[in-house]
Design a protein around this ligand. Structure first.
Ligand code: SF4
Length: 199
């Protein structure tokens, strides 16, 4: 029989099996049942697990987010715990102090959850929808590219450079996301491309 078991799952199963075997071998078969009846249920047992990447630096550690709330029933997810992902090749379950405090950041009242836009000449930011933000960004890039793309250099050699739009990307992503971002930015001809980790 093949069992698809993660490293984390294996450790959990092995720990439970060892405890039960030890008690049984010591002749505590009945006591084991009584003890088990008083054991509190594991607080993460009924939560939803979501895999994600820590957003704080270019190490991009894998995390598991545990939340209560049935989204299918229209409930809102309530994040109750975050820990390092033991199956993630980058961090193998470990987190630095910033990563360990992620739950506080996520639940912070001051956290921005929507894009904000400051209109030309305005002295304040206003909240806008993600769709509106994407439309504004796409429109601005298209207009700038139409007006300023440098197609050839002085000798007539094709260069397709766009030097008037820059792009700042996040480094805390997967290789695949970084690859897709690179392709989009370079295919537009954008030369000024960077991220907070300079990688
Ligand atoms: S847990 Fe720490 S080291 Fe890992 S990505 Fe987050 S900030 Fe970087």
């Amino acid at each position: 029989m093949n069992i698809d078991l993660s490293r984390r799952g294996f450790l959990r199963l092995a720990g439970a099996g060892a405890a039960a075997t030890t008690l049984g071998a010591m002749g505590f078969g009945q006591a084991e049942a009584q003890v088990a009846a008083h054991v509190r249920s594991f607080k993460l047992a009924t939560t939803t697990e979501t895999r994600n990447i820590c957003t704080y630096c270019s190490v991009a550690c894998g995390i598991i987010m545990y939340s209560n709330g049935d989204l299918n029933a229209g409930e809102k997810a309530e994040l109750i715990h975050i820990e390092g992902d033991a199956d993630h090749p980058t961090n193998r379950g470990t987190l630095c102090p910033k990563g360990s405090a992620l739950k506080s950041y996520v639940n912070a009242e001051t956290r921005l959850t929507h894009p904000r836009y400051r209109a030309p000449g305005s002295d304040r930011f206003e909240e806008i929808s993600w769709d509106e933000a994407f439309d504004k960004i796409a429109r601005a890039i298209k207009d700038d590219r139409d007006a300023n793309l440098i197609e050839t250099d002085d000798k007539g050699t094709p260069v397709n450079r766009l030097t008037t739009t820059g792009f700042l990307a996040a480094s805390a992503t997967t290789n695949e996301t970084a690859w897709a971002t690179w392709k989009v930015v370079r295919s537009l001809g954008i030369v000024g491309f960077d991220n907070q980790a300079r990688v």
